[in-house]
Design a protein around this ligand. Structure first.
Ligand code: ATP
Ligand code: MG
Length: 249
């Protein structure tokens, strides 16, 4: 395996190579699951079709998501094996910029992987990592998949769920939480059921949300609310689908 530093930055597929490298390393460190590798492959194909760039409506979604995180009473950023492998430091920065908690939440939960991810996040500067207590359940999901922290996702009003599975996204929405989903596939169930679908690569979306959160740090609640209400989720999904189909509007 090559070192991250060995990937030439001027390589036309630099970002994609870097992403693959990080996921591969995540699997080796016991952070990312084999299913995570498959999810990465799926994501890459959609990113290729989107032109490997943040389309304008995704940029708007990232601004609206940043505003929503700043408005939250108690926001939580949910972290799985792909998020931990791809953007560990960036998630810590987003949490700091928005005052959100970080909680590890896995589809295929094992104690080893929970611990490995929590350690990895701490190495990247996280002070508190939730998810290991698992003293509450999301109603409507079977035991293992529904485990969350009582003072984390369970109590949150706003949850960022990057790459969430459709079932769990729906169950969280049914609990009355405002969900922000990052997913490269605009046809996937999770972005289709969420308040703010962010159709972009995690690697671009998370730092851009942090930049917006910093920009909006002094904005009034009214201004933040306006940004959220003016965001058009249907248009965001449609724009992403059109970009994939190469339709100009
Ligand atoms: P469901 O319909 O239940 O949501 P699915 O068909 O989306 O299931 P998954 O294996 O959970 O099945 O898909 C993983 C999702 O994660 C895909 O939609 C893929 O586009 C997305 N994805 C993978 N890597 C990234 C990434 N780096 N950034 C954003 N999205 C990604
Ligand atoms: Mg999905």
């Amino acid at each position: 395996m090559t070192d991250e530093g060995e990937i030439p930055e001027d390589h036309p597929r630099y970002q994609s190579l870097l992403t693959r490298h990080r996921i591969e390393e995540g699997v080796e460190k016991g952070i990312t699951s084999k299913q995570g590798l498959i999810a990465e492959g799926r994501g890459e194909s959609f990113d290729y079709l989107l032109g490997e760039e943040t389309i304008p409506s995704a940029d708007e979604a990232e601004r609206a998501a940043a505003a929503q995180l700043l408005l939250a009473e108690h926001a939580v950023l949910s972290v799985n094996g792909n998020v931990a492998a791809l953007v560990p430091g960036e998630i810590v920065e987003l949490a700091e910029a928005t005052g959100a908690d970080i909680e590890v939440n896995l589809f295929n939960r094992t104690d080893e992987r929970m611990q490995a991810i929590a350690d990895h996040l701490r190495e990247h500067g996280a002070e508190t990592v939730k998810g290991l207590t698992a003293d509450a359940r999301i109603p409507g999901l079977e035991h293992e998949r529904g485990k969350v922290d009582e003072d984390g996702i369970y109590a949150a009003d706003v949850v960022l769920v990057p790459l969430e599975d459709g079932d769990r996204a729906e169950a969280l929405a049914e609990m009355g939480k405002t969900e922000l989903v990052i997913d490269l596939n605009p046809l996937s169930r999770s972005p289709r059921t969420t308040a703010i679908p962010i159709i972009d690569n995690l690697i671009r979306a998370v730092p851009n949300m942090t930049a917006y959160a910093r920009d909006l740090a002094d904005a009034s609640r009214e201004e933040l609310k306006t940004i959220v209400t003016e965001f058009d989720r249907e248009k965001a999904l449609e724009d992403a689908e059109n970009a994939i189909r190469d339709i100009e509007d």
